[in-house]
Design a protein around this ligand. Structure first.
Ligand SMILES: Cc1cc2nc3c(=O)[nH]c(=O)nc-3n(C[C@H](O)[C@H](O)[C@H](O)COP(=O)(O)OP(=O)(O)OC[C@H]3O[C@@H](n4cnc5c(N)ncnc54)[C@H](O)[C@@H]3O)c2cc1C
Length: 432
């Protein structure tokens, strides 16, 4: 029997270690250093965070998304899901385990498309968690439609000259380098005319015009920047991959990243369900606990009924990647991207409601669950665009049929059944 939902005991031991470690050692960082996850470590934070990273390394759990060639264990996507759903419970856990976005996706495309020189310059620091990176694609005039992108790179002798503006470039303010998407051939469709470039922070002409913060986040956070590329001159070898490969690289980067977000979202949602259930059993009103109220029971049951299929869908997509490759899991990854946002929004909202007014304050992490769901409905492409893509992909698997009579039209089916078995039965349907 090939369908198996069990976890090998040795791997379960690792998961148990991760769960206890995140709960006891990592979660306190959320209140000690709120919103500092993406700030370069100062002496104070380093004293605590470096030894935690070391313990993760000693367990062989550092950067569990990577294969052995890049210093990971090659766990594969299904095991990574089981790890990431635990890491998703704490905002600091991805940093302590070396799995934080957008650096994971950036490292993967560097490893896959980078030259040896590019890997030597950027990859080691990224994989060791010592530097942060920025992926700069969205533009002020629109992020969901690459056809509106105008940032361009023009070849000038041994250099490329990049000019344009990018919006919502996360972590630009702390990044050591930028991966920028720019049009290199405006005469062909954008999926063949865009390229990606590696630009070190501090390169003349790379200017951060403004940094915006999501509501509910701290102002010292790295945030999301409006970046101006004013004739940024980079050597010819700063291109990542080949000219015109920008979209291929982009798709590669985003598919894995979307699934990683979904894996972590399971943990975020589970934490909200746990909080909701504990509060429901502890709070009394009108003579009974909230857990005794049927409407609150519905909140808990509905939340679980959303969480479990979401978790199984993510695990199934991961299993498909492990067994058949990422291309075979395209539709499933799209479903995970859509569900992650929906599940966080609906469970987050119910968890806030069960906690009453306190649920809306900074004292509890629940508004972040709700807003995290809203953000996931936009980051890496809006839900609507993913639904359109998913539908297109699914429709490719169907042929058009007779426009008048659908293939399930009863009269036609009877006719077909009569042609096949009519000689053997008195009448169709052959009821007693
Ligand atoms: C937390 C966060 C982090 C991000 N980090 C980065 C980053 O590091 N680098 C980066 O480059 N970008 C980043 N983004 C930007 C993100 O990729 C864009 O927000 C996204 O692609 C949508 O672009 P937009 O915001 O310009 O919205 P628009 O393109 O203006 O779209 C607005 C709305 O129009 C509707 N819409 C759009 N397309 C369709 C469609 N095909 N069918 C139906 N309706 C549609 C949707 O409702 C959509 O929300 C981040 C976003 C968030 C929220």
């Amino acid at each position: 029997m090939a369908w198996d939902f069990s976890t090998e005991p040795e791997f379960q031991e690792k998961l148990d270690w991760i769960a206890a470690f995140v709960r006891e050692e990592v979660e306190p960082l959320e209140v000690l250093f709120p919103g500092c996850e993406y700030l370069p470590l100062d002496d104070q934070r380093r004293k605590i965070v470096d030894p935690l990273k070391q313990r993760v390394r000693e367990q062989g759990l550092w950067a569990p998304h990577l294969g052995p060639d890049l210093g990971g264990q090659g766990f594969g996507a299904a095991k990574l899901t089981l790890i990431n759903e635990i890491l998703g419970r704490s905002s600091w856990a991805p940093i302590v385990f070396g799995t934080q976005a957008p650096d994971t996706g950036n490292a993967e495309i560097l490893a896959r498309f980078g030259t040896q020189d590019q890997k030597d310059s950027y990859l080691a620091g990224l994989l060791s968690g010592e530097i942060f990176s920025c992926f700069s694609m969205t533009e002020p005039q629109g992020g969901a439609d690459p056809r509106v992108f105008t940032t361009k790179a023009v070849r000038d002798g041994d250099h490329w000259v990049i000019s344009g503006r990018k919006y919502f470039s996360s972590n630009a303010s702390v990044a050591s380098f930028f991966i920028v998407v720019a049009i290199t051939d405006p005469d062909v469709p954008v999926h063949r005319g865009a390229s990606t470039f590696l630009i070190p922070a501090g390169t003349p002409g790379l200017n951060i015009e403004a940094t915006h913060h999501l509501v509910g986040s701290q102002h010292h956070e790295a945030g999301h920047s409006l970046v101006r590329y004013d004739d940024v001159r980079v050597p010819a070898e700063a291109i990542l991959g080949e000219p015109g490969q920008g979209f291929l690289i982009l798709q590669n980067r985003l598919a894995g990243g979307r699934l990683h977000h979904a894996m972590r979202s399971i943990g975020v949602a589970q934490r909200a369900v746990d909080m909701m259930a504990r509060r429901a059993k502890s709070r009394f009103t009108q003579g009974s606990s909230l857990a005794d109220k049927q409407l609150v029971q519905e909140f808990i049951a509905d939340s679980y009924a959303e969480l479990i299929p979401f978790r199984l869908t993510v695990l199934h997509a991961a299993w498909l990647i492990d067994t058949a490759g990422e291309e075979a899991a395209r539709a499933e990854i799209g479903v995970c991207k859509i569900l992650a946002s929906q599940v966080l929004k609906s469970i987050g909202l119910r968890a806030i409601q069960v906690h009453g007014a306190m649920g809306l304050t900074e004292q509890l992490p629940l508004v972040n669950v709700l807003l995290g769901g809203v953000a996931l409905g936009l980051a890496d492409g809006p839900t609507e665009a993913h639904k359109v893509n998913l539908a297109r992909l699914l429709l490719k698997g169907y042929d058009a049929e007779d426009p008048e009579w659908p293939s399930e039209f009863l009269d036609n089916r009877i006719e077909a059944a009569r042609a096949k078995y009519g000689a053997l039965v008195d009448r169709i349907p052959a009821l007693p």
